[in-house]
Design a protein around this ligand. Sequence first.
Ligand SMILES: Cc1ncc(COP(=O)(O)O)c(C=O)c1O
Length: 413
Amino acid sequence: MDTLSTAAQTSLGASSLEQVIELERRYVVSTYRRLPVLFVRGEGCELVDEQGRRYLDFVAGIAVCALGHAHPAVTAAIAAQAATLVHVSNLYHSIPQAQLAAELVRRSGLERAFFCNSGTEANEAAIKLARKHAYRKGEPQRTTIITMAGAFHGRTFGALAATPNPKYQEGFAPLPGGFKTVPFGDLAQARAAIDGQTAAVLVEPVQGESGIHPADPAYLGALRELCHQRGALLIFDEVQCGLGRIGTLFAFQHYGVVPDAVTLAKGLANGLPIGALVVGKAVEESLQPGDHGTTFGGNPVACAAALAHLAVSARDDVPANATRVGAILRGELERLAAAYPAVLGEVRGLGLMLGVQVKEPHTARAIVEAALEERVVVNDAGGNTLRFVPPLILTGDQAREGVARLERAVARL
Ligand SMILES: Cc1ncc(COP(=O)(O)O)c(C=O)c1O
C-alpha cells in the first residue's frame, strides 16, 4: 500500500459523483463528454446510481446488454470461466472459442468465425479479408472498399477510413487509401461504383450512428446481386443492428440477403468486450495462418459469456421479444412525436433499434439530459436523433413507462 501515490489512494476511496468527476478530469484522457450520472449497479432493464436511484435503461451500454444487466446465466458463465481459465492467447486451442465459432456458424449458416475485441477490430478484419481474398485469387488490383455516406464502422484507421464523416476523420490525415463512398440507398450510384477495382462493399443493414436508418430490402438484395456479378464481396456490419436487435439473430436474416461476411461485436457477450467476423463459403479460406491475429481475441471469459447469451437468446426467443416490444415502443414514440410536432419528427427503425428525429439539433442533447432527471436513460445519435437501443428483454410495460418519463422530460423543455 505504501508504494501507492496519494492520488491513487484517494481514488480507491472515490465514491461520490463529484469525486469521480474530479478524478476523471485530472487523470483520464478527455475523449468523452459524459453525462453527470454515476451508475454503480444494473438489474435487468434498470440501472442504479450511487444514491440508489433507479433508471430505466433505453441505451444498454450502446446496444450492448441484450439480456439486460447482471443476467444470472451470463453472470454464472463469466464467474465459472473466470474461476477456471481467463486467458491463454491464440497460441493454443480454446474450448469456449471453438464452441462459440461453431454456434455462430450453426445459427448464421455461414462457415467460420474470427474473434477480436471490438466492433472496429471486426471491421479491420473484414477489410483485411476483402483485400487478401482478392490478392489470393489473383486480382491484386481489387483493393477498393465501397462504403456508404452516413456509415459508422469504428475509430481505428481502417474502419475510420471507411467512416466518411468529417466529425470522426478530421485531424487524422493521412487515412489509409482505397475507400470510396456512395450515397446509402442509391442503387444507381452503387452500380456505377462497383467495378474491377472493387474488393468489397461494406454496409450496415441499419445505420446506427447516423441516426437509425434501415436499408431498403430491395436495395440490399440488389447490392448482393451486383457484387456477385462483378466479383466483389458484400460485407454487412451488424455490430449495432445484429444479434437479435431487429428481430432476427442476424440482421441479414431479416432482410433475406446473405452477405459474404458479417461483423459483430456490441451485444455478443452481453457486455464483455468481443468482436467477430463471420465468413461464408467464398471466403472461408481467404485468411491463412499469420495473416491476421490478436492477443485477446476470442478470450475464454468473453466467449463463455457469449455462449450463455446465445443460449438464453434462443431458449427465450429474445429476438421475437425485440419485434413485439419494439412495436409497442414504436407506437409510444409515434404518439409522443405527434404530441410534440414542433420538437419531434419521424420515428425510424426496426425492432428495438429505434430513432426519433429531433427538429432542432441542440435539443437532442437537452432532451437526453432532462430524461436522465426523469430516470430514463436515452441517447442521441447523428446530432438530431434520439436513439433507443434498450435491452432486448424489455417488457411492454417498461416501454410504456420509459416513454411516459421521456414525455415529462420533453414537456419540461
Ligand atoms: C455499426 C457499427 N460498427 C462499428 C462500430 C464500432 O464498434 P466499437 O465501438 O466496438 O469499436 C460501431 C459502434 O458504435 C457501430 O455502431
